[in-house]
Design a protein around this ligand. Structure first.
Ligand code: ZN
Length: 457
């Protein structure tokens, strides 16, 4: 009798592997492999990682979870990956609109930043941005700004993943008098967050037109010394190209190549004004691209050759860019929708960039562009548990024929209901669990008053 009891116990424990969480949904969009959409699916999570993805009946049979979240009226998807932004600039949202990039930067943004950017500005601006991003289903953001160590602290407090680059720029800024000072800040960021589970520290020389050759080369060398990614704006406007060609007799991409800037992990933001030789350099150097359709449209910068990039096998992710005047929000659902439609308009071919391609850009494509494809970007065993549930119970979500099409063309950031990052729930039923949203919003209002007054002086 005693023998058969212990035999039974053994069978029960074999049948139920431990898990911390099981999330289930009407559909699971895995963004991985052949089985990309699972109807009535579930995801099992243990610690910081996904341990299994499959039909709910199979997952329930195999795992005994400490906690579970069943959403029969939602779909589950990988957390969305924002490959280019300046999160703290959310405090400047709408301060100056409807301008070209250079006017917007030189007449409004640089002066407003000179008078207002401080560690506290960056802390509250980043918290505001993280709240917006998490509530809209973004679980990883890629940032270029000042006081990037404070960005990292705020991101960690929010429970959000970040690829965070200290900005290096050739004039005095809020956190550094010289590029050499910025490089020191970048090095301390790389050291401090070297082994962080949520933060990938990076080096972010602003652009070719705002840095000397020496500073650019020093930025590359520093990034390579730490095996860190280098983030840079590239060929965002025609003016950037015209001026670089006038001065150097080379396109920005060729000039950066001649300096050895692509010799290591690189993510180029925008890449709008690119010819075939420029694209060939990105392909050969395996540089990723952050495509920012909202920003490129709003600033009239142009249309990036996304179809040619993808045809060449260049990894392209999506980014909302600045929440100040170049977008003005951090909504990855809008970026997916606009990316698809912008290429259709340009190519006059509705099949040129289908829903599945832009969903890929917001998930695995972004992960590949960042060099993080082994860790994030899909719902697969072994990956970090970065996952969202998106409600399907609103009029704009019914009826549902094809879940990926619905995700890209019909669902909204405000449909995001639950978010998990690194195995930890951070949004539950549209409520952010990690930040005091009331406090974040009242701080944003307080900063608005201060910034408005500073611009009148
Ligand atoms: Zn930018």
């Amino acid at each position: 009798m005693r023998l058969s009891c212990s035999f039974l116990l053994a069978v029960v424990s074999l049948a139920a592997e431990p898990a911390d969480w099981i999330w289930s949904g009407r559909y699971v969009l895995t963004a991985a492999g052949a089985r990309r959409v699972i109807e009535n699916g579930a995801v099992a999570v243990r610690g910081e990682r996904i341990v299994a993805v499959g039909p709910r009946v199979e997952i329930d049979r195999r795992f005994q979870a400490k906690q579970r979240l069943d959403r029969p009226d939602a779909l589950l998807a990988p957390g969305l990956i924002n490959t280019h932004t300046h999160a703290a600039m959310s405090l400047l949202r709408g301060v100056a609109d409807d301008l070209r990039l250079q006017d917007w930067l030189e007449k409004f943004i640089f002066p407003a930043e000179a008078k207002n950017v401080s560690p506290e500005f960056v802390r509250w601006g980043t918290k505001l941005a993280c709240a917006e991003m998490l509530l809209g289903g973004t679980t990883t953001f890629t940032d270029m700004y000042y006081f990037e160590d404070v960005v990292a602290e705020a991101a960690k407090e929010a429970g959000m993943r970040g690829v965070l680059g200290e900005t290096i720029i050739g004039f005095p800024v809020a956190d550094a008098r010289t590029p050499a000072d910025s490089l020191k800040l970048a090095e301390s960021l790389l050291t401090r967050f070297a082994k962080d589970p949520l933060i990938v520290p990076a080096v972010a020389p602003h652009a070719i037109y705002t840095n000397s050759d020496e500073t650019l080369k020093a930025s590359r060398a520093l990034a390579n010394r730490f095996g860190a990614p280098l983030l840079i704006h590239l060929s965002e406007t025609k003016r950037e190209n015209d001026e670089t060609i006038a001065r150097r007799k080379m396109s920005p991409t060729r000039a950066l190549e001649s300096l050895g800037m692509f010799n290591g992990r690189t993510l180029a933001a925008h890449a709008v004004w690119m010819d075939s030789a420029d694209l060939e350099i990105l392909r050969v150097r395996r540089a990723g691209v952050a495509h920012c359709p909202s920003s490129n449209m709003k600033l009239s910068s142009g249309v990036a050759p996304v179809l040619r990039m993808r045809a060449l096998g260049i990894h392209v992710g999506l980014g909302p860019d600045g929440p100040a005047g170049s977008n003005n929000d951090l909504n990855m659902f809008e970026e997916m929708d606009l990316a698809a439609k912008l290429q259709k308009v340009m190519s006059q071919d509705p099949q040129s960039l289908p829903a599945s391609a832009v969903f890929d850009m917001a998930t695995m494509g972004g992960a590949r562009a960042l060099g993080l494809e082994r860790e994030i970007g899909s719902l697969e065993p072994g990956k970090r548990a970065d996952m969202i549930s998106v409600a399907l119970d609103q009029p704009h979500a019914a009826p549902l024929y094809e879940p990926v099409s619905q995700m890209v063309y019909a669902l909204k950031a405000s449909d995001v209901r639950d978010v998990m990052v690194n195995g930890k729930p951070v949004v539950r039923d549209r409520r952010i669990l990690t930040l005091d949203l009331k406090q974040v919003l009242s701080k944003a209002e307080e900063f608005r008053g201060r910034i408005k007054a500073s611009l009148k002086k």
